[in-house]
Design a protein around this ligand. Structure first.
Ligand code: SF4
Length: 359
């Protein structure tokens, strides 16, 4: 029988995929997480269902599809639901997470549709705004002390103000925790800076000379009420339209208490694109990206800050909390490879939107 190191070398590959915003955020928080998630591309076979992230995911999809795409999304979610039920019926739900997901998936879809409908009504596109790109994946390279580092980002929207030719990156954030949680530090966070890099590359690739000037954040509070088709939103009362009306009233009630529910905020870039503090972090990530995947060299987060970020236990805790000799069986039983590791795979959604709680 071989050693654990031999097993790791034989069974786990250093994929060296382009660095996304979320993998960079992982790496800056915890080098070990960068190894598990971005280099070895492991993901737990079963993850806890996070309703707010699910609402965010569906809302992004609706923005991509537009008002006529609601039925398309419903069909996609029905297929996911059927797949979940099949897995549950085949006895694959040992922890109950799949049942929880199957139960809540419809609720999060309802909320995303209600939010999108209200958003489309409230935030009418100005006639001088030209949408240059939607859900745009951009693969490019950034220069670090080690040379060129491949990076990959997915931008919600790139807008151009036809009055002066200025270009804005646009992103939608759904949150259940108040807008402060999104806005605090946003101008210098990795996402803001990586999206700026990506948009600048996209403009260059597209042969455009427009000036990229800032970021627009559309922030939306996830409603705390759900669609109740058999009680509060019966068909004779208006069904889903009645629910949308209730959500509007819920927003109004909270706004009257001084809470922000749905707003757009523009942030103009004032710092250089390659600010020294960003450059030093790109250098650090490039070092992790290039290093041999030897776990000893990838330190765990000794502050524990990232072990319980977004009030969720890190999905790799079982590995960090056990001796390396136990990893082969732990990995075989509890982890699988993330998408993007087989020919023809689509990009992992988490690569695009981050692995956080809210989105
Ligand atoms: S459990 Fe903590 S130390 Fe381990 S990978 Fe996750 S964040 Fe890092």
């Amino acid at each position: 029988m071989g050693t654990t190191k031999e097993w790791l070398d034989e069974n786990l590959k250093d994929w060296k995929k382009p660095v996304s915003t979320s993998s960079m955020t992982d790496g800056l928080g915890c080098a070990r997480k960068f190894l598990y998630r971005s280099k070895w591309r492991l993901k737990p076979r079963i993850s806890p269902f996070t309703p707010n992230a699910s609402v965010g995911k569906y809302l992004h999809r609706l923005q991509e599809l537009g008002p006529d795409g609601v039925d398309t999304l419903r069909e996609e979610v029905i297929k996911t639901h059927e797949k979940l039920l099949k897995e549950i019926n085949q006895g694959g739900d040992l922890t109950g997470e799949l049942s929880a997901k199957a139960h809540q998936i419809g609720e999060t879809l309802d909320k995303a549709i209600a939010i999108a409908r209200i958003y489309w009504e409230v935030v009418k596109p100005a006639e001088y705004i030209e949408i240059l790109a939607r859900e745009q994946t951009v693969e490019s390279k950034v220069l670090t002390v080690r040379g060129e580092l491949p990076v990959l980002n997915r931008i919600d929207r790139i807008d151009r103000d036809s009055r002066n030719g200025s270009v804005w990156v646009r992103d939608t954030k759904c949150t259940g925790q108040g807008f402060d949680s999104v806005l605090t530090g946003y101008t210098w966070c990795v996402q803001c800076r990586m999206y700026r890099v990506a948009t600048r590359s996209w403009l260059t690739i597209s042969g455009r000379s427009d000036k990229l000037v800032g970021f627009i954040l559309d922030m939306i509070t996830i409603p705390g009420i759900k669609y109740c088709p058999t009680t509060k939103d019966k068909p004779e009362d208006g069904g889903f339209n009645h629910y949308i009306q209730r959500v509007k009233e819920w927003y109004k009630e909270h706004e009257e208490k001084g809470e922000e529910m749905m707003t757009s905020m523009a942030i103009q870039y004032t710092e250089p694109l390659f600010h020294p503090e960003f450059v030093s972090k790109l250098d650090l990530i490039h070092t992790l990206w290039a290093m041999d995947p030897d776990p000893v060299q990838f330190e765990r987060d000794q502050t524990k800050t990232h072990c319980f970020a977004y009030r969720r236990k890190c999905p790799y805790f079982d590995l960090c909390n056990s001796d390396v000799s136990a990893w082969p069986s732990t990995i075989e039983q509890r982890y699988e490879l993330r998408p993007g590791t087989k020919e023809g795979d689509v990009m992992d959604k988490e690569d695009e939107v981050g692995s956080g709680g809210d989105d």
